[in-house]
Write a protein that binds this ligand. Structure first.
Ligand code: NAD
Length: 381
């Protein structure tokens, strides 16, 4: 069978779902590989690099889709792209099944199979295919780099002949995948780093990375996310007030705030409010990774950088992984390659779409003309 990757058509998207390295690995699973001409260029992979890796370069997207049994891409497909799906083809891509009713119906009517990368269950066995985590890791790193780029001072403290420079103070709100990556980047650059999460079980991890976990003056225990499978649930009003009070105290102190707080399937909780922004020092920077879901900070504008009246920069870019296209393409293509390995147990270049397998079942949102989303809960945790 042939795996093909088209050029991404979403405006500004620079990633690509197959790299020359991943193509070499896919060929070891028995597949032929194809790529649309120029698909890897924005991520630093030329057509010649693909040809050298044994990949066929196909000129047009229509011809690429036609020639391929499996289509691997990054972004949720457009209507034009999805119309190219047919019952003998499998699409592997981000798909946004919960918010993409038209796409789901179209996939159903086309009879093709769709594996949605955001639906890979967050269980240990599936970590190697967990593209949301790969991308969140990059976003967390890049958020700190972006903050540094917009902050007019050093991260680390220095004593120089020209004077003493205090270290920057960074607060990371939400210590999930993106938050932990941001914390690691911030401490490695030498900033004094604080982190807060509603899940107290992450405190140890935060502290082991050299950051300080922010505890609340709150009588009840901080929320226990374990009951919701490691994810946070909505905070009680009292807890929220205690959290906001602590943030109010920290706002005039910190130079950089990276917000990553997320509750699955809900709009982003508003945690960094206007009065906190107003009390920050001029030159401070907020990077709001939750911008796509409405933002954790008041005043965030998705995909924009704004500067408030008191000189605070608020960055709401939603495309951090695409801004590091070479790295994110490598990791995403590796996630896809691992998915293909699970789909090809015999390494014979043939897909065995095993709907009894928790991971494959969990990620499959359309199968043989049926919508198979949402999936049943995984059997193995
Ligand atoms: P995650 O689920 O791993 O982490 C989210 C964390 O937020 C969890 O640890 C949760 O406990 C915490 N949280 C929830 N409510 C909170 C609250 N009230 N206060 C403090 N913490 C709270 O998610 P992730 O994969 O790390 O993604 C984080 C965010 O980054 C998401 O919004 C995601 O969409 C976004 N993201 C943005 C980009 C971009 O380019 N801007 C790229 C990738 C991911």
């Amino acid at each position: 069978m042939k795996i093909g990757t088209p050029k991404e058509i979403f405006d500004g998207e620079s990633r690509v779902a197959m790299t020359p390295d991943s193509a070499r690995q896919l060929q070891k699973l028995g597949y032929e590989c194809a790529i649309e001409a120029g698909a890897g260029a924005a991520a630093g992979f030329s057509d010649d690099m693909y040809t050298d890796a044994g990949v066929e370069v196909i000129k047009t997207p229509a011809a690429l889709w036609k020639a391929s049994d499996i289509i691997a891409k990054v972004r949720q497909p457009s209507e034009t792209e999805l119309k190219r799906l047919s019952k003998d083809k499998t699409l592997i891509s981000f798909f946004n099944p919960a918010g993409n009713e038209e796409g789901m119906e179209l996939a159903k009517s086309k009879g093709g199979n769709v594996i949605a990368m955001e639906m890979v269950p967050r269980i240990s066995r599936a970590q190697k295919m967990d593209a949301l985590s790969s991308m969140a890791n990059i976003a967390g790193y890049r958020a700190v780099i972006e903050a540094g780029n917009n902050f007019g001072r050093f991260f680390t403290g220095q004593i120089t002949a020209a004077g003493k420079v205090p270290p920057a103070k960074v607060l990371v709100v939400g210590a999930g995948v993106a938050g932990l990556a941001a914390i690691g980047t911030s401490t490695s650059l030498g900033a004094i780093t604080y982190a807060f999460d509603v899940r107290p079980e992450v405190a140890e991890q935060v502290e082991s990375m050299g950051a300080e976990f922010v505890y609340l003056d709150f009588e009840e225990e901080q929320q226990d996310g374990a009951a919701t499978g490691g994810y946070a649930s909505v905070s009680s009003p009292e807890f929220r007030e205690a959290q906001l009070a602590k943030f109010r105290e920290l706002a005039p102190e910190v130079d950089i705030v990276i917000t990553t707080a997320l509750i699955p399937n809900r709009p982003a909780p508003k945690l960094w409010l206007e009065d906190m922004i107003a009390s920050m020092k001029p030159g401070s920077v907020i990077v709001d990774l939750a911008a796509e879901r409405g933002g954790n900070a008041e005043g965030t504008v998705a995909d924009e950088k704004i500067v408030t009246e008191n000189g605070v920069t608020i960055i709401g870019y939603t495309d951090f992984p695409s801004r590091m296209a070479s790295q994110s393409s490598s990791l995403y293509a590796t996630n896809i390659r691992h998915m293909m390995a699970d789909l090809t147990p015999e390494k014979d270049g043939q897909v065995n779409h095993d709907m009894e397998d928790d991971v494959i079942r969990g990620a499959t949102v359309a199968y043989q003309g049926e919508i198979t989303f949402p999936p049943p809960p995984p059997k193995v945790q």
